[in-house]
Structure formats: structure tokens, C-alpha cells
Ligand binder design. Structure first.
Ligand code: NAP
Length: 246
């Protein structure tokens, strides 16, 4: 029997990058997935690549909208009969030093990461508490542990996700709902491809394992947290960084 046989997962920001890799891994482990993302066409294309509508379903959802996240989690129940796993992964960066960062750039990043994660956590937990079980995985970042120059918005949001994860985990632990977070380091995706080479090289130099990770290496940790392999873990933050900032 596979790790996630018969389970249904919602993954925000699942059309590409780390979210897509998580979808691939979950399906390989027997789950069905609902991808929520901004661009419906790209999300439908991702569903086709994942094996089509028997195993995956695309929904246009902006995580900053509670109504859209509610529709997203309900679509998992309507399409595949339940909601067992929620992955709050959607993200953006708007990097700039404090001197140059606009208030809009600060608000956008806080909204997508922190409010988006809060929306996903509380609305998924509402369904899971009725079902008396579920696993929620929040994608934070090592930037939320150490603070990175040019990321006062992103570091604040990603550290906030840790606090949110721990507080929420305490609220619903007795209902059988587990909530954990992952802090990825340097992972190859569209988000990091946009980085100037000089910044990429600086980050690489900080990594004891001396390499960036593939999105699949975050996905395997997500599969662990989604499965019964982590049945006694809640409120934990797992670093997937190749040893960076330990
Ligand atoms: P990515 O390739 O840019 O994927 C992020 C996805 O989220 C995109 O499909 C994006 O859509 C979507 N998205 C953005 N805003 C959204 C919103 N409001 N509602 C719904 N979806 C939205 O980035 P990634 O590297 O896979 O990142 C995934 C997560 O890992 C993020 O939370 C990121 O902060 C975190 N992370 C990444 C790294 C890394 O090194 N890559 C390290 C630490 C943490 P559009 O493309 O249409 O905007």
C-alpha cells in the first residue's frame, strides 16, 4: 500500500515549482490532488501533465481571498469526496531593501504568504475537524528563520507562518488535525531562476552540502508530513536546506 492511498490533497500555488512537485509525489503515493493557482490555463495544463482529471483537478484560486480558498477546499470534497491534506504553498517575492521597498510590496507579500496561509489553514481545518483527521503543511522558508537582506516583507511573512503553524496546531491537535511547516532553502524553481547570478552564488556558498535542491526534495518531506509516518508530529518546522543556517 502506498503512503497516501485514497487521500485527497489541496495544494495552493500547485501549477508549477515546489507545489507541482508535491502534487507529483502525492499522486505517486496514491493520493488525488486539487491544484489551486492564479492562472487557470496553466493549472489545467499541470493537471494534464499529472495524469488528467482522474487524479487531479484544477481550480482558479487566489489565496488572499477567503471566499476563493473556501471554494477551493470545498471543491476537493465535491470532486474527490474529502479533504485529508492541505498544502499552503502559494508564494511570491517582491525583494527590495527597506529603503526602496514600497508599502504595496510589503502588503502584497504579507497578504499572499501570511494571510493566504491563514486562510488555507483555518478553512481546511474546518473540514478536517468534522472528519476527525487531517494534515496541514505550511511552506515557510529559511528566510523566516534567519532574516535575509532585501526580504523584510518575505522574512516577516515566513516567520509569521511558523507562529501561525504552532498556534493553529495547538488549537486543533485534540481533533486529530496535525499542522506542520517546512522551511526550504535554495530550491530550483521559477522563483529562484529570477535571482541574479551573484545572489545565487552567495547563497550557494552558504550551503554545507554545496548544492541547491530539486523541488522533489521538498516534496518528499511534504509526503512524510502528510502521511501517517509523522502521526505524532504537530507544530514542527522541518528545514530542507542542505545544512544552510543550521
Ligand atoms: P513558484 O515557482 O513561483 O510557484 C509559486 C506559485 O504560487 C506560482 O504558480 C504562482 O502563480 C502561485 N501564486 C502566487 N500568488 C498566488 C496567489 N495569490 N494565490 C494562488 N497562487 C499564487 O515558486 P516556488 O519556488 O515553487 O515556491 C513555492 C513556495 O515555496 C513559496 O511559498 C515560496 O515562498 C517557498 N519557498 C521557495 C524557495 C525556493 O528556493 N524556491 C525557498 C523557500 C521557500 P503565478 O506564477 O501565476 O504568480
Amino acid at each position: 500500500m502506498a503512503l497516501l492511498d485514497g487521500r485527497t490533497a489541496v495544494i495552493t500555488g500547485g501549477a508549477q515549482g515546489i507545489g507541482y512537485a508535491i502534487a507529483e509525489r502525492f499522486i505517486a503515493e496514491g493520493a488525488r490532488v486539487v491544484l489551486g493557482d492564479l492562472d487557470l490555463e496553466a493549472t489545467e495544463a499541470a493537471v494534464a501533465r499529472l495524469g488528467g482529471t482522474a487524479v487531479a483537478h484544477a481550480v482558479r484560486a487566489d489565496v488572499t481571498s477567503a471566499a476563493e480558498v473556501q471554494a477551493l477546499v470545498v471543491s476537493a470534497v465535491d470532486t474527490f469526496g474529502g479533504l485529508d491534506i492541505m498544502v499552503n504553498n502559494a508564494g511570491i517575492t517582491r525583494d527590495a531593501t527597506m529603503r526602496k521597498m514600497t508599502e504595496e510590496q510589503f502588503d502584497q507579500v504579507i497578504d499572499v504568504h501570511l494571510k493566504g496561509c491563514w486562510n488555507g489553514t483555518r478553512l481546511a481545518a474546518n473540514i478536517m475537524r468534522e472528519a476527525k483527521g487531517g494534515a496541514i503543511i505550511n511552506i515557510s522558508s529559511i528566510s523566516g528563520k534567519v532574516g535575509l537582506i532585501g526580504q523584510t516583507n518575505y522574512s516577516a511573512a515566513k516567520a509569521g507562518i511558523v507562529g501561525l503553524t504552532k498556534a493553529a496546531a495547538k488549537e486543533v491537535a485534540h481533533l486529530g488535525v496535525r499542522i506542520n511547516a517546512i522551511q526550504p532553502g535554495l530550491i530550483r524553481s521559477a522563483m529562484t531562476e529570477a535571482m541574479p547570478q551573484r545572489i545565487w552564488d552567495q547563497k550557494l556558498a552558504e550551503i554545507p552540502m554545496a548544492r541547491a535542491a530539486e523541488p522533489s526534495e521538498v516534496a518528499s518531506v511534504a509526503a512524510f508530513l502528510a502521511s501517517d509516518m509523522s502521526s505524532y508530529m504537530t507544530g514542527c518546522v522541518l528545514e530542507v536546506t542542505g545544512g544552510r543556517h543550521i
